[in-house]
Design a protein around this ligand. Sequence first.
Ligand code: AHM
Ligand code: MG
Length: 346
Amino acid sequence: MTMSGAIALTRYLIEEQRAGHINAELRLLVEVVARACKQISVAVGKGALGGVLGDAGSPGEASINVQGEAQKKLDVLSNEILLEANAWGGHLAGLASEEMDASQPIPDTYPHGNYLLLFDPLDGSSNIDVNVSVGTIFSVLRCPEGIATPADAHFLQPGTAQVAAGYCVYGPQTTLVLTVGHGTHVFTLDREVGSFTMTARGIRIPEETKEFAVNMSNQRFWEPPMQAYVGDLLAGKDGPRGKDFNMRWVASMVADVHRILTRGGIFSYPLDSKCAAKGGKLRLMYEANPMSLLVEQAGGAASTGRQRMLEVQPTGLHQRVPVFLGSKREVEAAEGYHHAQGTDAS
Ligand code: AHM
Ligand code: MG
């Protein structure tokens, strides 16, 4: 025990194992992901000095991922760090990443474990080159019984099936936020010591809020319920909501969600006519589900606007969904507008 009584991530995980909440394999998995996040944090922190800024691929021929988006060098590097770290420990049966076309089973040269790991290796990558917070998001599922070599279909489990989820935000501080299904806890990286230390246990999101996060430049592309909802927020004290709202939009989901976990608020990336054909902008398996579990475990709510996020039955690894999450009463208010104006738009 340290003099200060500070709880390191390792100690927290051992205590969770002793309490019967996790087994040794899941403990190792979280430790490995946390170690990979430290490596990514170092690479992000070096920035131009590490030669890691800018687009991946060759000049004039940017590398494009399965999402149809140009990859940054740090997207590719972060993906490689997570793949390499998780290949050989024996805790996984397979992995899936926002940056890879298909899922990957663990090679037969290594022992196979019972878990599936999904991740967005570097979320908010449009912010990398401008030195604004970015992060890693991850979700852990059980590999279905009797499956040694999982395929994409084995990953298609609803968010309620997640056994752990978390994100690491690379900002002024490097902060790991984790749930193994027993509350949401915050660990801050002590950069001198090189270990994550618990800095907030069992965080709770205030149920009410006066702060919303949305990309307002998409306003004219939104569906009528979203137009009505944000219209009423903007009307403030004089409108039906009877209070003034403030707006924040970092454009890194990790940073926006971290603010909401810290002081409340509602985050939304709704359906709009630009992304309607794809089902939304944000990815269910790599972004919406892990964030929704963290938010629910902190007493908040997460929804597509029409359905509880964690109950969405996935149909594709890279499936996209509309997202509303954060302070419970505010998410319910946003859902109310969608229910009032019909349920057939998704
Ligand atoms: P990414 O995973 O390719 O970085 O995209 C996801 C990001 C989220 O972090 C953020 O909330 C959103 O895209 C920002 O979108 P926009 O640029 O439309 O504001
Ligand atoms: Mg992302």
